[in-house]
Write a protein that binds this ligand. Structure first.
Ligand code: SF4
Length: 227
């Protein structure tokens, strides 16, 4: 997987032509706000984002002259993610979000799901992390550190939504983002399997092919992990 300079340039032009920013904002506006203590405990890992959301974030960082700084930060985060537990690369020291006006849907919907839904989705992450750990142990005879493998964003009981966002509505919003991304797939601006990746992956695939990124990630892991 890799996004070439030409594909990226064309996808930015397509995003503008199709007025995707307006569509995105119209969709985001359907997520009710709520009262939050600002503890930032939900910002303790890099989140998933659709490609259309990544383009929105990229444009925002460019406009704010923050692109270069965050490209570096995101890259460092990505290549050390397997051996070092880290907060979301966009979380600032004062616990605010550097990309708050353009943050992805998943951040906006945090706190709207039930305890059962939250735990179910964590279970999937846990299983995936166990599989990655097993792979590293079988292949390189080292384990992923426990705090990385078992990191969990706890269910938030402090957020009080202004209005209930039903499960069907949440799924509908996700589906609509998926549909927006299928336009980029059909135009061949992104590869087939590039749907809803971690926000860090999108930045890295602009600079590295999947094979290069994966090799560098493993090399960094083996250099830094405690044996
Ligand atoms: S993008 Fe912003 S709101 Fe979302 S997890 Fe990162 S710091 Fe938190």
């Amino acid at each position: 997987m890799e996004i070439s300079e030409k594909q990226f340039k064309n996808s930015k032009a397509y995003y503008k032509e199709q007025k995707m920013l307006e569509q995105l904002n119209q969709l985001y506006n359907q997520v009710p706000g709520g009262s939050c203590t600002g503890c930032a405990k939900c910002c303790t890992e890099a989140v998933q984002a659709f490609y259309v959301e990544f383009l929105n974030i990229h444009n925002f960082l460019q406009r704010e002259n923050l692109l270069e700084a965050y490209e570096k930060k995101v890259e460092t985060h990505y290549f050390s993610e397997l051996y070092k537990r880290q907060d979301c690369p966009f979380l600032k020291e004062d616990k605010s979000c550097a990309i708050y006006p353009v943050r992805p849907l998943v951040c906006r919907m945090f706190g709207h799901s039930s305890y059962e839904e939250h735990e179910h989705s964590y279970q999937g992450i846990r299983e995936m992390n166990e599989e990655v750990d097993q792979y590293f142990f079988d292949t390189y005879h080292v384990h992923i550190p426990e705090d990385v493998k078992h990191h969990k964003i706890e269910y938030c009981r402090d957020f009080i939504p202004e209005k209930v966002l039903k499960t069907e509505k949440r799924h509908d919003l996700i589906d609509r983002l998926f549909q927006m991304d299928t336009h980029f797939l059909m135009e061949e601006y992104i590869p087939e399997d590039a749907i809803n990746l971690s926000i860090t992956n999108w930045f890295v695939y602009l600079q590295y092919s999947e094979a290069e990124a994966s090799k560098k990630r493993v090399d960094e892991f083996l250099k830094n992990v405690e044996k």
